[in-house]
Design a binder for this molecule. Structure first.
Ligand code: PGA
Length: 223
């Protein structure tokens, strides 16, 4: 069965109490479904509270982080190592274009982060900006996020995104490829019609409980 991934990237938004209100609104409206994986990536400070709320209400949601340390446990002030994060998250977003640009992350650093995640059984979700972005070894989940589409209201076309997804799949047939960049309830169906696109990484629209639920429901209707 084809699985569709719907991942919320909240970036630096939502206090702990806002995160919990969002969950109370979204959690009961998401049906458990073997063909959809729904993962929420809040800020680090909310991970614990969000995890507790998901587990205690038994919502069919998983938790991810928006970054991860390129190092292990040790003298790395401010970093969040995989060996500790693994108790809270099943996935880490790595190499988002905002991190590449604002925090000067390089392909090499991103590969170190992916390696750390894999060593602790955290699934690395590596963001690629186009066909020429390298995918680190052993990474099997990527999100194609063209910079022009992020937070602009101007998504890539589903056809172009599908072509990029097919390109990465032609290099590794088991690669899972998500699309991200101005995904909204109104355009999600068009992307879901493209067989090479395995789901979404959603920024802005994921902050809104109703919009997020709508996108999850469209994904669950995908045949
Ligand atoms: P957007 O962000 O949905 O707000 O365009 C996507 C992302 O940056 O992951």
């Amino acid at each position: 069965m084809k699985q569709t991934w719907v991942i919320a990237n909240w970036k630096s938004h939502k206090t702990i109490s806002e995160s919990l209100s969002w969950l109370e609104s979204v959690g009961p409206r998401i049906e458990q479904s073997p063909n959809t994986k729904v993962i929420i990536c809040p800020v680090f400070s909310s991970l614990s509270a969000v995890k507790e709320a998901i587990v205690s209400a038994n919502y069919p949601l998983e938790i991810g982080s928006q970054d991860i340390s390129p190092f292990g446990i040790g003298a790395y002030t401010g970093e969040e190592p995989a060996e500790i994060l693994k108790d809270l998250v099943s996935l880490s977003i790595i190499g988002h274009s905002e991190r590449r640009k604002l925090f000067t992350e390089t392909d090499r650093l991103i590969a170190e982060k992916a390696n750390q995640a894999l060593k602790s059984n955290i699934l690395p979700l590596v963001c690629v900006q186009g066909k020429d972005t390298p995918v680190p070894d052993r990474v099997k989940l990527i999100a194609y996020e063209p910079v022009f589409a992020i937070g602009t209201g101007h998504p890539d076309t589903p056809e172009d995104a599908a072509e990029v997804a097919s390109y990465f799949k032609s290099k590794a047939s088991d690669m899972i490829v998500l699309y991200g960049g101005s995904v909204e309830p109104q355009n999600a169906e068009a992307f879901l019609k493209q067989p090479s696109i395995d789901g979404f990484l959603i920024g802005g629209a994921s902050l809104d409980a109703d919009k997020f639920v709508e996108i999850v429901k469209s994904s669950q209707r995908r045949s």
